[in-house]
Design a protein around this ligand. Structure first.
Ligand code: NAI
Ligand code: MG
Length: 347
């Protein structure tokens, strides 16, 4: 199987190098790697943040491991040439509509959570966020009403095919976890949510082994802080998912620990840390590579059919933390390379 490695710019190359060392250390056969330029690095070399040769690798690959993009030097560029267009372009070209964001508290880091330690240590959940629809993509604009007032509008809509495919993606994820799915909406107020709830309930018939529940988004925001341990998988739309996934990540602690995946309907996916290219610390060996290493583990689990290799990486990360491995974001002084070394030492 082919794995595309797109390091990007900023801290991207540093964190990707450590993920690559971990993948190599696993000694998995049947995997080949191809590197491609994205973001600021691609703009400087090829004049575009997502050049055709990179897109070609992405199309042929079974999975993509992505570092980060967002180079400061590119700030003056027009929007379509900005580094972030690489990630948006890949999501669109590959129809990556299902965003998976796990939030799990490593017991060794429970003190880094914004929550009380006993609440935080129970967190082991996955948010599945729809990425291609909702209010972000509806008709939008700013118009002037008859009485001369400026009025902004963004239309929220989901059709049943869009809801069905994200529901299937979420039920499949729940099947390889604790088999509990909570669908989050605002069905007491929004028609879009009423349809969402109806369709998710229909899809549930295909997954009798998964227990489905529904929750209003305002309550979900409250429950994520009050009792996050009650959740296994949460599925929700683009807008609610954007907010809830950021909220859940702060329950975990450092941004340098959080992995994510964006999947298509067949399980092909792009895997990346949730953080950006951190230009403030780029090139200084200060970046925590664990989010990228954990993204590689997710890739092995969800796209490459190697759950045992994913388990090995996750266990090695936990062991490394247990033995005291801490980059500056975790309150320590270890370099990016030393963090990678700590994981490799366990493997
Ligand atoms: P950021 O995530 O790059 O950085 C936020 C803060 O977290 C910074 O203080 C940074 O030093 C720290 N940080 C981030 N990753 C870290 C790591 N692995 N280890 C230790 N500390 C870490 O977000 P920011 O500053 O808002 O954005 C910087 C650039 O990245 C922007 O151009 C933004 O558009 C882009 N970006 C790209 C993303 C992607 O590649 N998917 C996602 C988010 C932002
Ligand atoms: Mg966000």
């Amino acid at each position: 199987m082919l794995v595309a490695l797109f390091a990007g710019d900023g801290i991207g190359p540093e964190i990707m190098a450590e993920a690559r060392r971990v993948l190599d250390a696993l000694g998995l056969d049947g995997l080949t790697y191809e590197e491609g330029l994205v973001g600021g690095a691609a703009y400087k070399a090829k004049g575009h943040p997502l050049p055709p040769e990179t897109l070609d690798i992405a199309r042929r690959a079974d999975a993509i491991l992505f570092g980060a993009v967002g180079d400061y030097d590119c700030d003056a560029l027009e929007r379509h040439l900005r580094p972030e267009q690489a990630i948006l372009g890949l999501r669109k070209e590959l129809t990556l509509f299902s965003n998976l964001r796990p939030a799990k508290v490593f017991p060794q880091l429970a003190d880094a959570s914004a929550l009380k330690q006993e609440v935080a240590s129970a967190i082991d959940l996955l948010i599945v966020r729809e990425l291609n629809g909702d209010v972000y993509f509806g008709e939008k604009g700013i118009r002037t009403t008859a009485d001369g007032l400026r009025e902004g509008y963004d239309i929220m809509s989901y059709n049943e095919a869009e809801v069905r495919r994200i529901a299937h993606s979420a039920f499949r994820a729940a099947q390889v976890r604790r088999k509990k799915l909570c669908s989050v909406d605002k069905a007491n107020v929004l028609e879009t949510s009423q349809l969402w709830r109806d369709v998710v309930t229909e899809v549930a018939a295909d997954y009798p082994d998964v227990e489905l529940s529904h929750m209003y988004v305002d309550n979900a925001a409250m429950q994520l802080v009050r009792n996050p341990g009650q959740f296994d998988v949460i599925v929700t739309g683009n807008l609610f998912g954007d907010i809830l996934s950021d909220q859940a990540s702060m329950c975990v602690g450092s941004i340098g620990m959080l992995a994510s995946a964006s999947l298509d309907a067949n399980g092909k996916g792009l895997y990346e840390p949730i953080h950006g290219s951190a230009p403030d610390i780029a090139g200084q060996g200060k970046a925590n590579p664990l989010a990228t290493i954990l993204s590689a583990a997710m890739m092995l689990r969800y796209s490459l059919g190697r759950p045992e290799a994913a388990d090995r990486i996750e266990a090695a990360v936990a062991k490394a933390l247990e033995s005291g491995a801490r980059s500056p974001d975790l309150g320590g002084a270890m370099t990016t390379r030393e963090m990678g070394d700590a994981v490799l030492a366990v493997l």
